[in-house]
Each structure stands twice: as structure tokens, then as C-alpha cells.
Write a protein that binds this ligand. Structure first.
Ligand code: GUN
Length: 283
């Protein structure tokens, strides 16, 4: 039986601590932090994520403004909205929910958000700072994963960690954070040959490949720590499932994260933390 890391419980505790901290801000700084979330279109997964971010903001006491724009918004219109928010002193954090419609360049959007308000940690200057080990806003999902490992008492130093997935949002930055914790890190992906052979050597396995139940029991060794970043729909049941076949893998793992209720809530929790960090950096 694996130890299950509940991201839901851990994030509830961390959000309660942040709420107590934020409650003192009006007296100390004259106002609470303000996060602006921009949602383009009505992709159901994105709508659900944005709703989760608004709810968490309410719990923590952060002011949340969600701006919804139609799928047809032009790139220039979106960029000028971001520039306005950059100039607005009452705004501390700006998040544009990804993915964006094909006619809008995600990299242009990310680069337009001021580095100081980039609560996602996606701006090239924040990415560069991460890779140079300088102070920066850390991307939320990787930051949440490290917090979960630490909260579960998992020693990272010297361990063989395998990350499946090489995205800018999760795979690459989580590999860097694990490296900073002195793990020996391998990044695997959809084209990796003999993947199961590699993942069986992992003491810590982080899976962010975006394929339902991709990691099966034969791919993990007894005692592996398994972190599942996936959020997918199970084609058979229609229920949410991760990138890990939980029923198969859980009996072999020493520690595992569930889906839902694992990494997802920690991502949102770290977004709250990043918003507070951006606010405090200004005050
Ligand atoms: N879409 C999926 N994950 C994320 C995230 O962490 N931030 C943003 N902005 N969009 C996302």
C-alpha cells in the first residue's frame, strides 16, 4: 500500500496559512493582492481551471478578476489588454490561461506580460532566472510537486529521478527543480526508446505526458515515488484520470499522488503563493 499524498489536504492547509497572512495586508499595505486571469474562448477544461483559480483566490483573500474574451479576439487586442494591465498599479499578477486559439502566438502573449506580474513563471526572463538559479517566480506545477515531495518526507538528494514529458510548463522546469534538490535527473518523452527499462530505474517518477493511464505496473519498480501530473478523461468511464494507471501502479509505489486531488490543487495553491510574492515584491 502506497502512501497517498493528498494535494487537496496539503493545499487546504497552505491556503489557510496564506489567508491568515493576507488578512494582515490591508492594515500593512493598504490593500490585498490582485490577480487578473484572462480566459480566451470557452474550452471546458480551461473554464474549469479558471473557476478553480477564482475559488482559491476567494479562500485566500486575494482579489480575483477573471476577464473572458471570445475565441475571435485578435492577437493585438489581447496584447494591448495585457499592456494595460502591466501599467495598472492595482494589478499584481496576470495569468493568461493556455492554450490559446491558433491565431494567437502564445510566446508573444507570455513575453508581453511584465516579468514582475508573471505569476505563471513563464516569461523568458523568469525561465532564464530559473536555469541560472537566480531569484524568480517558479512555475506553479513544478513548485507544487517539490512541495508535495517534501511534505511527504521524500528525500530527493542523490535519488534517480525520471521525468516523462518535456513541456515548458511542467517537464523541463520540474527536471530543473529536482536537479536543484540534487537528484540525478533523466528527461524522457514520447520518442524515448526502451522507456520502461528507464522508468524501472527511477526512484522518483514524475509523469507529465498527457496520455491517460500511460504508466503501467511493468514500468515501475517496488517502492517508487510516483507523481502524476496528468488530467485526462478515461475513454471507458468518462471519469478524470491521470497519466498513471493508478489501480495497477499504486500497490507497487511507496508514495503516489491521486488524480483528481493530487498535483492539480497544489498548482492552484502555488499560483496563490506566486501572486502574494509578486504583491510583496512591490511593497
Ligand atoms: N494551462 C494549463 N496549465 C496552465 C498553467 O499552469 N498556466 C496557464 N496560464 N495555463 C495553463
Amino acid at each position: 500500500m502506497a502512501k497517498i499524498i493528498s494535494g487537496k489536504e496539503l493545499s487546504a492547509k497552505l491556503k489557510a496559512d496564506m489567508a491568515a497572512q493576507v488578512a494582515e495586508f490591508p492594515e500593512k499595505y493598504g490593500r490585498v493582492p490582485h490577480l487578473v486571469v484572462i480566459l480566451v474562448g470557452d474550452n471546458p477544461a480551461s473554464v474549469s481551471y479558471v473557476t478553480g483559480k477564482a475559488k482559491a483566490s476567494e479562500t485566500v483573500g486575494i482579489k480575483n478578476t477573471t476577464i473572458r474574451k471570445p475565441e475571435t479576439i485578435s492577437e493585438e487586442e489581447l496584447l494591448s489588454l495585457i499592456r494595460e494591465l502591466n501599467e495598472d498599479d492595482s494589478v499584481d499578477g496576470i495569468l493568461v490561461q493556455l492554450p490559446l486559439p491558433k491565431h494567437i502566438s502564445e510566446s508573444k502573449v507570455i513575453e508581453t506580460i511584465s516579468k514582475a506580474k508573471d505569476v505563471d513563471g513563464f516569461h523568458p526572463l523568469n525561465v532564464a532566472a530559473l536555469w541560472q538559479k537566480e531569484d524568480c517566480v517558479l512555475p506553479c506545477t513544478p513548485k507544487g510537486i517539490i512541495k508535495m515531495l517534501k511534505a511527504a518526507g521524500v528525500g530527493i538528494k542523490g535519488k534517480r529521478a525520471v521525468v516523462i514529458g518535456r513541456s515548458n510548463i511542467v517537464g523541463l522546469p520540474v527536471a530543473k527543480l529536482l536537479l536543484d534538490e540534487n537528484a540525478t535527473v533523466t528527461i524522457a518523452h514520447s520518442r524515448t526508446e526502451n522507456l520502461a527499462e528507464l522508468t524501472r530505474q527511477a526512484e522518483i517518477l514524475v509523469v507529465a505526458i498527457g496520455r491517460p493511464k500511460f504508466v503501467t505496473a511493468d514500468m515501475v519498480s517496488e517502492g517508487t515515488v510516483v507523481i502524476d501530473v496528468g488530467v485526462n478523461r478515461d475513454a471507458e468511464t468518462g471519469k478524470l484520470c491521470g497519466d498513471v494507471d493508478y489501480a495497477e501502479v499504486e500497490p507497487k509505489a511507496s508514495v503516489i499522488t491521486p488524480v483528481p486531488g493530487g498535483v492539480g490543487p497544489m498548482t492552484i495553491c502555488c499560483l496563490m503563493e506566486n501572486t502574494i510574492e509578486c504583491f510583496l515584491a512591490k511593497h
